[in-house]
Design a protein around this ligand. Structure first.
Ligand SMILES: Nc1ncnc2c1ncn2[C@@H]1O[C@H](COP(=O)(O)OP(=O)(O)O)[C@@H](O)[C@H]1O
Ligand SMILES: [Mg+2]
Length: 422
């Protein structure tokens, strides 16, 4: 991610006005995938930190959108346990439970206690410094977090700002749930195309070369001023730039890039794309490798800007690339990877049967593998039906199956369980 945000001065001005003042204010940045929403949000976060804000930040991911309180846990992850001591016991217990700081006592989590606790924590923080709640890809926030954040947002007071990004073009209008007590304090803008000049600057920065004016005009026309598309297009085969033929679609560009990798690298990328919070350790367990070998296998993908590594975390440089890897894999390969990952990291006696305790199980005959996968799926179902589950709501028929996620099992296990059907 370049530290400099190019060609977005109007948006920067708006961010500045939202961060100013002592009243609650919110800004939603929407636009198509790759247009630069996250870039503007990250720069708003940098700016807020420079101004002394406390920043609560969550990046939603499609693989985690069915996990109860996944985003809220990310928002609150940086807060020291002692800073929650002022909360009344039921609210404290509720937050400790979603932050997995409390031992499992088998009781459910009261959504009202979570929402009230979130509001109380934000209010308390804002007595010391202004607070920015930053939500990236709000269309993928899990429903439990949405309810808690919406509850708190309607009741905010003091210098608390909310800035979120929302992807358009994926069906129903997203993030309409975000409201403040003063409706005029919420603004929503759509990010438009970058200018030719700004796009040229982005390309020169990313690809370390410059482009002639006619080439730039063509890239701008093809990409519609979308920087992600433009970078992928300019990075692709030289024919893309020269041909007078119809430009490839973004999906096609992403596919071209992914197909350039060897089979074992693609397998490792698939493992990353299937996990909600991929770490080298989790990927390694799914592939039967140790963490160092995972980094070695993914080195080429990192060099080519497909993934980034941050400590133990492995992350696609853009969700479209994760989607591209996932959607170009054969359905059977995806199912098998989900099952491998769940079985290898669940570590749960209910799931770990002699039949599928380790990834190697899947090297058996095809019929054995699919039997194992079916058996594994039925185990998930047992977990979902746990009486101690919380309601994660359901925003689409596709998610109906995952409506109830169990709290008592571990965080990783819940992530894996949900990533079973992303
Ligand atoms: N204004 C900008 N200045 C520099 N680079 C940008 C700008 N907008 C987008 N990019 C680059 O384009 C790519 C896609 O941007 P991103 O913010 O991830 O898009 P979105 O969140 O809308 O999908 C990123 O690699 C980012 O670095
Ligand atoms: Mg984004």
């Amino acid at each position: 991610m370049p530290s400099e945000v190019l060609g977005r001065s109007a948006e920067a001005e708006l961010v500045g006005s939202v961060l100013g003042g002592t009243e609650p204010a919110a800004l939603l940045l929407d636009g198509e995938a790759g247009i630069g929403k996250t870039t503007v949000l990250l720069s708003a976060i940098d700016r807020a930190r420079e101004l002394g804000f406390t920043v609560l930040f969550a990046r939603a991911a499609v693989t985690e959108s069915a996990l109860g309180y996944a985003a809220l846990a990310d928002l609150l992850a940086g807060i020291e346990p002692a800073a929650l001591d002022f909360l009344p016991a039921p609210q404290r217990r509720a937050l400790d439970r979603i932050l997995l700081r409390a031992p499992d006592d088998g009781a459910g989590t009261d959504p009202r206690a979570v929402a009230a606790a979130l509001l109380a924590v934000i209010t308390r923080l804002s007595e010391r410094t202004p607070v920015l709640v930053a939500l990236d890809d709000a269309q993928w926030l899990d429903t439990s977090s949405v309810h808690a954040i919406a509850f708190a947002a309607r009741r905010l007071s003091g210098p608390v700002k909310v800035i979120g990004t929302v992807r358009t073009g994926i069906g129903e209008d997203q993030a309409l749930w975000l409201q403040l007590s003063r409706p005029e304090a919420l603004q929503r803008i759509r990010l438009g195309p970058l200018s030719v000049g700004a796009l040229h600057a982005v390309l020169s920065h990313r690809l370390r070369r410059s482009f002639s004016r006619p080439t730039m005009m063509r890239i701008h026309e093809v990409s519609g001023g979308n920087p992600f598309y433009a970078v992928e297009f300019a990075r692709g085969p030289a024919d893309n730039l020269k041909s007078g033929a119809l430009p490839p679609t973004l999906a096609e560009l992403v596919r071209q890039r992914i197909e350039g990798f060897a089979g074992d690298v693609r397998e490792a990328l698939l493992a990353v794309s299937c996990l909600g919070t991929p770490t080298a350790d989790l990927v390694g367990r799914a592939l039967g490798l140790d963490a160092d070998d995972v980094f070695t296998r993914l080195a080429d993908a990192e060099d080519r800007g497909i993934i980034g590594v941050d400590g133990d975390r492995v992350r696609f440089s853009h969700p479209l690339l994760a989607h591209g890897v996932y959607s170009t894999a054969a359905p059977a390969a995806r199912r098998e990877m989900h099952c491998r990952e769940s079985c290898s990291c669940w570590g749960c006696s209910r799931c770990r049967t002699a039949a599928h305790g380790a990834p190697r199980t899947f090297s058996g005959r095809r019929s054995n593998r699919s039997r194992t996968i079916r058996r594994c799926a039925s185990k998930y179902w047992c977990h979902w039906r746990s009486p101690n589950s919380i309601s994660a709501g359901s925003r689409s028929p596709r998610r109906g199956l995952r409506r109830r996620l169990p709290l008592p099992i571990g965080w990783t296990a819940r992530r894996c369980a949900a990533s079973r059907w992303p």
